[in-house]
Design a protein around this ligand. Structure first.
Ligand code: GLC
Ligand code: GLC
Length: 811
């Protein structure tokens, strides 16, 4: 069943009912100010950091669901409703929500009143804009009251949700004719405030939640809206809110608009005050004036649209499959921007209070983002690298606001260092900018320890070389990519962290997955070395890589697939010798992507085993058979009921690894089949089963062992976004940035007759047409650059500004 439809021309998903299986959200903002907004206007805003600088409040896990947000109540002829249906939930005659790139628009009609609510974060600004229009589409004169409402958060979202003894007494506001300023803690150490402003003077306002909502009221039945209007309350402590009331008289055919702004301002220490106790509003007023008319709002909207058109024009695909086209051209790239910005911090499944930016997560997110804004990817790489420890290990997470590593989790995730090589390598392939390797970067955020980025990569590489176990495979530490395979943890008490309990330096437990990574990204490192003329180091690195490759085929091969690991007792994990968890997806994907066993046949076998043991109609599950008991020696993975999350769920993140691995073997049909199964646009028709947004990837779909097989969770913030984009654009379509230029190496379903891609690369535009009249799965027969045949399939970089015509014939 569908709950909406794609409008590919407008690049929108249009939702036709507020009652979607779960809230379907969008992200507004792509720089510093962010708003999450659901299809019923639920959600919240924050500045840079969803935990430390939360601007509005949101209650996760609430019942009823998703009642906090940026709501517009309408009241006319004795009836109350919301433009976006929640929280009042009054039925309206028509409803629609359009989620677009960086904006969301609601439209609904009731009682002859057609109202719209359009929300966006303008480029370069720290504010949310919300433009409301109210039109009288009836025959008679109408009186309509419009009430915008949002609840302020007292900045640190974690503290706000727990420290009531203090926070019930700190709330402060200041009110002018058209603005409600939220200035809690500004009197002391904060240099920032937030505000709700309107471009016309409200008839009334409230700033105390108890007054607007009522002590025993709810957002679904606010006292002021259902009663006799806003009361002019001033919040002292308790819960400051921004609520306004506009009383409109509308003639038939008349439309009124109101522009609202939820803004965030920082003032230098010596410019905090206008006069004693009165905040300096200069910057706020200047920002308000930049958007005080419809014309200015429309200009902001256009600028945003241009921004997205230009970003997406870096990679555009034309092909016959509408699902693939819209995912590649619009939604998958869009999701990559969101994951780049958010890492795993703020979604409807991530509270924004737990993890900040993940080291491995952010490095992988780069893979799907670097072609859009390489300069930002560069900056991110340097930020991440600065949290690395001098021995090459890394803080697992860091806070975006402070850019400091999180002590609570610390380090010891032994795959982390290698992801830094992966991210940097992707950046250099994209840009050819080797200068990044010369940048001085701190270790452990200590500038006195700074070394060139290349030295960071070297220590990443060496960290693996220096931490090998009994089989000469890499030690796993607290966990590798699979956060839940905790072979050194042995946690027996509820509530303990599975990752942090127990030693990270287990001297026995080893990871075949990290070994695969080392072969893949160690080779990339060696290639970088030789490009820098470090020939000896390149050779020495390659020698380590080749040795590891042998070790994997030796100690990591189980007969029909790659083993997953060895536990703290030296027993294999992911082996036919195991009772449960005999085969895992990760080492099959990573080892084959690294080319291990390609010549000697193990790679083929591993892929066959994946198909035989792990395939389902909704994607490939992480392992089989699922763990039915909790195993002390395996950790969190066995804590999940069978079929969920890492315990045999369809972890979407590593499905594209199989796509890439199949492409390494030239299996175009199978690569595409795997791609298609988790592709959200293909699943739109079964939204009642899938439940999450049909325009973005979720982290996990319940596996075949779960009672809810096919149900997705944790949409939006997942490495799936970047890896899937990489798998379709590079493995299947075969447009691959390399150190030496753009390589064209498609691996297609044999019934694809061809496709065309336009790719901006190092400043030049490549118009690539691939002809597959031959019905091949793999193999470039001929390649022409501007009409001239080229030997091989790597096109040397053209000068910036040029357009290059590329014709590829497969066969
Ligand atoms: C989550 C984490 C990611 C990890 C994965 C598998 O998505 O963000 O870092 O690799 O789970 O456990
Ligand atoms: C849990 C989740 C995993 C995630 C991790 C982050 O272990 O199952 O997906 O990566 O938390 O700490």
């Amino acid at each position: 069943m569908k709950f909406g439809y794609f409008d590919d021309k407008k690049r929108e998903y249009i939702i036709k009912t507020p009652k979607t299986p779960l809230p379907w959200i969008n992200y507004l903002g792509s720089e510093d100010f962010f708003t999450l907004v659901s299809n019923t206007a639920g959600g919240y805003s924050f500045y840079k950091d969803a935990r430390l600088r939360r601007i509005t409040r949101y209650r996760y896990n609430a019942s009823p669901l998703d009642q906090d947000g940026f709501h517009i109540y309408l009241k006319a002829a004795g009836e109350v409703w919301n433009i976006a249906w929640q929280p009042v939930q009054t039925d309206v005659n028509s409803y629609c929500c359009r989620h677009g790139l960086g904006y969301t628009v609601f439209e609904s009609e009731k009682k002859g009143i057609l109202a719209t609510q359009e929300m966006l974060v303008p480029r370069g600004e720290a504010c949310l804009l919300c433009r409301i229009t109210v039109a009288n589409v009836g025959e008679e004169k109408k009186k309509v009251d419009v009430f915008p409402y949002t609840e302020f958060c007292l900045w640190d979202a974690m503290d706000d949700a727990s420290n009531f003894q203090r926070n019930f007494s700190t709330g402060e506001v200041e009110v002018t004719a058209d603005t409600i300023y939220h200035k809690t803690e500004y009197r002391e150490r904060r240099d920032h405030y937030a505000f709700l402003w309107a471009n016309r003077t409200p008839d009334a306002f409230d700033t105390a939640r108890d007054a607007f909502i009522g002590i025993y009221g709810s957002p679904a039945k606010p006292a002021a809206v259902f009663g006799s209007g806003c009361t002019g309350s001033i919040a002292h402590g308790w819960a400051p809110v921004g609520a306004m009331q506009f009383s409109l008289d509308l003639l038939p055919g008349q439309t009124e608009s109101i522009i609202l702004m939820l803004g965030y301002i920082e003032n230098p220490e010596d410019e905090k005050w206008e006069s004693s106790g009165v905040i300096n509003k200069e910057r706020a007023v200047a920002m308000q004036q930049r958007y005080d008319s419809d014309k200015k709002f429309f200009a902001a909207r256009e600028e945003l649209a241009d921004f997205w058109s230009s970003l997406l024009s870096n990679f555009t695909l034309s092909c016959e499959d509408e699902h693939v086209s819209r995912m590649v051209n619009i939604w998958n790239q869009y999701q990559c921007m969101v994951t780049f910005n958010m890492s795993r911090s703020a979604s409807y499944f991530e509270s924004g209070m737990g993890r900040g930016m993940g080291f491995r997560d952010s490095c992988q997110d780069l893979l799907g983002f670097v072609h859009m804004i390489p300069e930002r990817a560069r900056e991110r790489i340097l930020d991440i690298a600065a949290t690395q420890f001098p021995d090459g290990s890394a803080y697992h997470q860091y806070q975006p606001l402070t850019k400091k590593g999180n002590m609570a989790v610390g380090s010891g995730f032994n795959d982390d260092p290698l992801w830094l090589i992966a991210g940097t390598d992707a950046y250099i392939r994209e840009t050819g900018d080797y200068s990044i390797l010369d940048e001085q970067v701190a270790f452990d955020c200590d500038a006195s320890l700074a070394q060139p980025l290349m030295e960071h990569l070297r220590r990443s590489f060496n960290y693996t070389v220096e931490h090998l176990g009994p089989h000469q495979l890499p030690l796993i530490g607290r966990a590798d990519w699979n956060d839940c395979l905790n072979l050194n943890c042995f946690s027996e008490h509820p509530g303990e962290s599975f990752q942090v309990t127990g030693p990270s330096e287990g001297p026995v437990a080893e990871s075949v997955f990290i070994a695969g990574m080392f072969v893949k990204y160690g080779r990339a490192y060696a290639e970088l070395c030789s490009h820098l003329g470090l020939i000896e180091e390149a050779e020495a690195s390659l020698a380590h890589v080749e040795k590891m490759e042998k070790t994997v085929l030796d100690a990591g091969w189980d007969g029909e697939w790659f083993r997953r690991a060895y536990d703290a007792f030296g027993q294999p994990v992911g082996s036919k010798e195991c009772e449960e968890g005999k085969i895992f997806i990760e080492p099959q994907g990573m080892c084959v992507m690294a080319g291990i066993g390609k010549e000697s046949g193990e790679a083929e076998k591993a892929m066959q085993s994946v198909k035989e043991h792990l395939d389902t109609r909704y994607g490939i599950v992480l392992l089989q058979p699922a763990y039915t008991n909790y195993y002390l020696n395996l950790g969190e993975i066995s804590s999940y009921p069978p079929g969920y999350k890492e315990n045999a769920g369809i972890f979407c993140h590593n499905n594209p690894w199989i796509v890439c691995a199949e492409a390494v073997l030239g299996h175009g049909n199978r690569a595409f089949e795997v791609y298609r199964r988790t592709c959200p646009s293909y699943l739109e028709d079964i939204s009642e089963i899938h439940r999450t947004e049909p325009y973005v990837y979720p982290q996990m779909i319940a596996g075949k062992d779960a009672p809810t097989h096919g149900e997705a969770k944790n949409s939006w913030l997942t490495g799936t976004a970047a890896w899937t984009l990489l798998s379709i654009t590079q493995a299947i379509l075969g447009v691959v940035p390399t150190l030496d230029g753009l390589k064209i190496d498609p691996c297609l379903p044999s019934d694809w007759k061809g496709f065309a891609v336009s790719r901006r690369y190092r400043g030049a535009v490549y118009n690539i047409t691939v002809d597959n009249a031959a019905g091949a799965e793999y193999g470039v027969k001929e390649l022409f650059v501007n009409g001239q045949p080229l030997a091989g399939n790597v096109i040397p970089p053209a000068p910036a500004g040029e357009t290059v015509e590329v014709k590829v014939i497969m066969g």
